[in-house]
Write a protein that binds this ligand. Sequence first.
Ligand SMILES: [Fe+2]
Length: 250
Amino acid sequence: MDRAEPIPDHRAHYDEHGWAQIKRVLPIEVADAMLYKMQQELGGDWESYKGDYIKTFLTDKRAYECYSFDYTPMAALQYGLTPYISTLVGKELLPTHCYFRVYRKGDICHVHSDAHACEHAMSLTLGYSNDYLWEFNISDKYFEADVDNPVDAAQRESHLGFHNLLLSVGDGVLYNGINYLHGRVKPNPNEWTAQIFLHWIDRAGKYAQHAFDGRAAEVVRRADFKFPDEDAPEKLNPDRADLVKARRYD
Ligand SMILES: [Fe+2]
C-alpha cells in the first residue's frame, strides 16, 4: 500500500464532509501489539485495571478508560501519529489529548459533539474480541457549535442523516469532532471493543490554547541529562545482557 497516494482524496473528503475513513492508520500488527501491551500494563480485568472504570454521559454502562496524561505510551502513540494526521488534514496540528475506552457487549456511544480540544479527532480501532466490526456513525450535517449545542440543534431537524462507517482493526475515522454529531448507536456486538480517541488542534487556529490539553508548560520542556564521573560503573538491564554483549566492540 502506498500511503501517499490516497492522501489528496482523504484531505478533500475531510474538507468537504467533515470526516474521512482512513484504512490502516496503524498496521494490524502494531494495533495488536499496542493493545496487548495496554492490557498487560493497565490490566485486563476489574481487579487489575489501573486506569478508570467509569460510566460517563457517553455510555450506558461502565467502561475501561484511560487518559493519555496517565499513560505515557498512549501519549507517545499520539505524538508519533501527529505528522501523519497533519498531512491528512493539511494543517500543522498539535495533540491535545487522547482517551482509551474498552466497551462491553451491548453498550453504545451516545450521539454527541466534542469540546474545542477535539477540533481534529480520530476514532481508532485497536481490537474486537469477536472480530465483529462495530459501526461508527457521523452526521451528514455540519452544526455551528458556537451558536447552538449541536445535540439540541439536531432535535429540531426533521431528518438527520448519518454515515455508517465500519472500521477494521488499525483503521480510523478522522472527523471534525466539534461540528459533526457522532457516536455508535447500535449495541457493541463483541464481548469487548477497544478504541482510542485522539484529538488535535490546529496550532495556528483559534483553539491553539488547548495544545497538550492546556498543559504545555508542564509537558513541553527542555530535557536535561547529567553524567556521573567517567569511572562510574556500567548499568545493564539483566534481561538484555546477551544483546548488549553482542553490541560491544571492546
Ligand atoms: Fe466525541
